[in-house]
Design a protein around this ligand. Structure first.
Ligand code: GTP
Ligand code: MG
Ligand code: ZN
Length: 333
């Protein structure tokens, strides 16, 4: 991603969007880290009118620079993938969280804050639909594993049981689930391995420890974090921008503001079950095609739920998404 002209005054090239703040974008010619400010032409904004943000962090763009050193984004390259959710406003617009991501770490906690499975399942469906590999991080494992995290006496039996249940549901569904603790360092080196030379993104509710995890990967980033109680009392999130950071161990990580709910972008009712890996595995055996896996006789998905092979919680998430017509539209606070 080198500049096409080296004579100052007519610089043009290709770069990646690493931050978006209002009308300005920060670009960098990855894998180099050389952030510079660029703006967008009005024309380009209109083109992406189905989305509240036509350009997102992770987008690959072409830019031109003028003699005064100001840069303008001219083209957005096609996206390899992206994460999109329905915007919190009442328009039909979508919000692109990020584009061209190698892996998303959907970060959750069992307590402080308590995970909402509806949120998790909606997020996972979106990752499936848009082709983004996802790993679930069960953070704050020290809350039930104790200071030693890993082996030893459990700090909280009930929470440990909840953790085991959660992990079983999502591993059975076909997802990778990894427990982490910023407090004890549990699995942080494994996480580092997974980020190396990749572009990864952390998403999840406010207070689950996304920024803390990123700091654990690279303490020199020194991102702002806050006690959950304080953040909630003030009714705002600690991280307020979508921003990519370079990791000293190699790779790039996008830290994001907490999401309270996740509005699903409209899918056809027949395609929804394709985004539940455990349903996709069995639905070829349904008697009817297409099958919504609700009232149809001879439904292999319902049989799998009854046989305990598909989690009833996941199945009820599926049903609620089928019935949903835009009611569930909480966004960032
Ligand atoms: N016990 C425990 N606390 C943690 C852990 N990770 C983070 N925390 C705490 O959780 C609180 C929230 O952490 P943040 O990193 O600010 O959370 P965030 O997900 O970035 O929140 P937003 O930016 O608001 O979305 C802080 O008080 C952290 O110290 C962990 O592994 N164990
Ligand atoms: Mg944060
Ligand atoms: Zn069926």
């Amino acid at each position: 991603m080198k500049e096409r002209f080296s004579n100052k005054g007519s610089l043009a090239g290709t770069a990646v969007v690493v931050k978006h703040t209002g009308s300005h974008y920060l670009l960098s010619r990855l894998p180099e880290w050389d952030p510079f400010v660029a703006v967008v032409r009005g024309k380009l904004r209109l083109k992406g009118s189905v989305s509240t943000n036509p350009i997102a962090v992770g987008d690959v763009v072409d830019y031109v620079g003028d003699a005064t050193g100001s840069y303008t984004i001219t083209t957005i390259h096609d996206r390899r993938n992206c994460i999109v959710r329905k915007s919190q406003n009442l328009s039909r617009q979508n919000h692109v969280i990020a584009a061209n991501i190698d892996r998303v770490f959907l970060t959750i906690t069992l307590r402080d804050p308590e995970v909402k499975l509806q949120f998790v399942d909606r997020f996972l469906v979106t990752c499936e639909a848009y082709g983004v590999p996802v790993t679930i991080l069960l953070n704050k494992a020290d809350l039930y594993r104790g200071e030693e995290s890993g082996e030893g006496a459990l700090a909280d039996e009930d929470l440990a049981q909840m953790a085991a249940g959660f992990i079983q549901i999502y591993r059975n569904a076909g997802y990778e689930v990894m427990e982490t603790s910023v407090k004890t360092g549990f699995n942080i080196s494994r996480l580092k391995e997974m980020c190396k030379d990749r572009v990864v993104l952390f998403s999840g509710q406010s207070g689950v420890g996304k920024s803390s995890l990123v700091n654990a990967l690279d303490p020199s980033l020194n991102l702002k974090t806050a006690e959950i109680s304080q953040a909630h009392l003030q009714g705002r999130h600690t991280t307020t921008f979508y921003q990519m950071h370079p990791l000293s161990c190699g790779g790039f990580v996008v830290d994001t503001p907490g999401i309270r709910g996740f509005g699903l972008v409209d899918f056809g009712k027949e395609e929804l079950s394709n985004y539940f890996p455990e349903m996709l595995r069995v639905e070829d055996n349904c008697r009817f095609v297409p099958c919504t896996h609700t009232h149809e006789p001879g439904c292999a998905v319902k049989a799998a739920v009854e046989a305990g092979e598909i989690s009833p919680l996941r199945y009820s998430s599926y049903l609620s998404m089928l019935e949903d017509d835009g009611k569930y539209r909480e966004g960032e606070e």
